[in-house]
Design a protein. Structure first.
Length: 497
């Protein structure tokens, strides 16, 4: 018996088939093999076609089924993870009306700022736990004003994972977690925010029916079964945004536990057991996967995820690979080259804010910067190291905000993937933060598969689901290097405007 997880990112769609009994991965793959296309018609825009997600999901699904030798009859449940904050719009025929406006698109910032002023900071932070910012509700406001012919055809709005669930089950629904990341959820009243809908002029009918994060959300249709090689009637039993799901994949469910990831964007995600928010809304608070979920928590208590997101993380490393590292140089080789430069990169400093507006900086789009370069001194190694340090320092900058909310960041769990594959990156993070880092063999697609196992009742608890989670390494702060690392961080802060 297997569990199937899908992780719909902005770079690729991953699939993972997990043996439900052992908890081990039977097969995994991703498509496309080059990064998925993001269209930017104007600076600060970012769109993708939802149909491309589905096409790549089918390829990834076919691959893992073939690798494992499993048949559709062997899959007991399906889970879905997705890139957060995106906007997918469908009409009454369930056809997509326009490309999805995805997470790193910053066009809606002015709409969120106006909403914050009109609704009031106290209301937004105490009820929504965030300013409306650049999130899904504000993206829809942009569509309403700038594309009225599209807006008038809208039947339902969805997050990216809701679209995939619809393609699988022909059911249109949304979760509390999804609504909270779109800034549609009122945590004080425990309902969809009528105030947000009224301010923007959105009808209630745009919001799909609600479904739980864990539990049967619909079943695979005959048409989807034919496309995917699965069994008709296979239940979809779990759905969550990529960062809550990443935390789930690391068994981060309880207050004080912290997860991190460093893919295209970089995230530190910690769990709070009470309602809380940053008064400047530089980090965000959303419903965690087990928020008020009695079957998971066993108690009726809040479980909120505090999310620090740095848009310009792995994408900076990717840009350097294409434009600086040289043809044929791999990421692993880039890490080796970067390690040849000393802590502080010989005085070279890079800020990684070149992928749209940064929430941590008050939704400003400052752009990336290279500071202090000396053509007689600095080398390729210094540039590559300064980039990795700059990304890590942006993590530390945001973690200080989280500590101000009362969150302890003394232990960070992460999957050994993306930039956490770099020894330099993870040691610098440990040194500058003072936190111990634990690395695990997992990813979002595997987490989604195990989430489906929880939702289907195959696992009685999250601890049972993640009993097989394998710890690969522990990175402790290096007392000898901490001072030099923190000195470089203080210099870096001087360039953050």
């Amino acid at each position: 018996m297997y569990l199937l997880g899908f992780d719909v990112g902005s770079s690729s769609v991953k699939a993972c088939l997990v043996d439900a009994e052992t908890g081990k991965t039977a097969a995994q793959d991703f498509f496309p093999k080059t990064e998925m296309r993001i269209t930017a018609a104007k600076p600060g825009w970012a769109e993708q076609k939802p149909e491309a997600w589905w096409d790549n999901l089918k390829l990834a699904c076919a691959s893992v089924m073939q690798q494992s030798g499993a048949s559709g009859n062997d899959v007991a449940a399906i889970g879905i993870s997705w890139q957060m904050h995106g906007l997918v719009l469908i009409d009454r025929n369930r056809e997509v009306l326009r490309p999805a406006i995805i997470w790193c698109d910053s066009r809606a910032v002015p709409y969120g700022e106006k909403a914050l002023a009109a609704l009031g900071e106290e209301f937004c932070l105490s009820h929504l736990l965030n300013s409306p910012g650049n999130f899904t509700a504000s993206k829809l406001a942009w569509v309403k004003e700038n594309e009225p012919s599209v807006y008038e055809k809208i039947d339902k709005l969805m997050l990216p994972g809701d679209y995939i669930a619809m393609k699988l089950t022909d059911e249109v629904s949304v979760t509390v977690e999804g609504l909270s990341e779109g800034i549609f959820w009122d945590f004080k009243e425990n309902r969809v925010s009528s105030e947000v809908l009224d301010y923007y002029g959105f009808p209630d009918s745009f919001i799909p029916p609600m479904t739980p994060v864990f539990g049967v959300q619909g079943c695979v249709t005959a048409a989807a079964a034919r496309e995917l090689g699965l069994k008709e009637g296979t239940p979809v039993c779990y759905r969550a945004g990529d960062q809550p799901n990443n935390a789930l994949s690391l068994n981060v469910f309880n207050p004080g536990e912290v997860a991190a990831t460093a893919g295209t964007s970089g995230v530190v995600y910690g769990v709070l057991g009470q309602v809380g928010y940053d008064p400047l809304s530089r980090v965000n608070t959303f419903a965690h996967v087990n928020h008020l979920a009695l079957s998971i928590n066993k108690v009726d208590e809040p479980r909120l995820g505090v999310l620090l997101c740095i848009n310009g993380t792995g994408i900076l490393n990717s840009w350097l690979k294409k434009n600086v590292a040289g043809q044929g140089v791999s990421y692993s080789e880039m890490n080796d080259i970067a390690a040849q430069s000393p802590i502080g990169a010989n005085g070279l400093t890079i800020t990684p804010f070149g992928n749209g507006a940064e929430r941590m900086l008050g939704n400003r789009e400052t752009g990336a910067s290279i500071n202090g370069i000396n053509f007689n001194i600095h080398t390729q190694a210094d540039i590559l190291r300064a980039a990795q340090e700059g990304i890590v320092f942006s993590f530390r900058y945001g973690m200080d905000i989280m500590k101000g909310m009362g969150m302890d960041v003394s232990m960070i769990r992460a999957g050994k993937a993306n930039m956490f594959l770099s020894p330099l990156f993870r040691q610098t993070l440990a040194d500058v933060s003072g936190a111990t880092i634990e690395l695990f063999d997992t990813d979002g697609a595997a987490g989604a598969a195990k989430g489906a196992g929880i939702g289907a009742g195959i696992y009685a608890s999250n601890n049972e689901a993640f009993a097989s989670l394998e710890k690969l390494a522990v990175i402790e702060p290096d007392a000898i290097n901490q001072n030099a690392c923190r000195d470089a961080y203080e210099r870096w802060k001087g360039f953050v405007r």
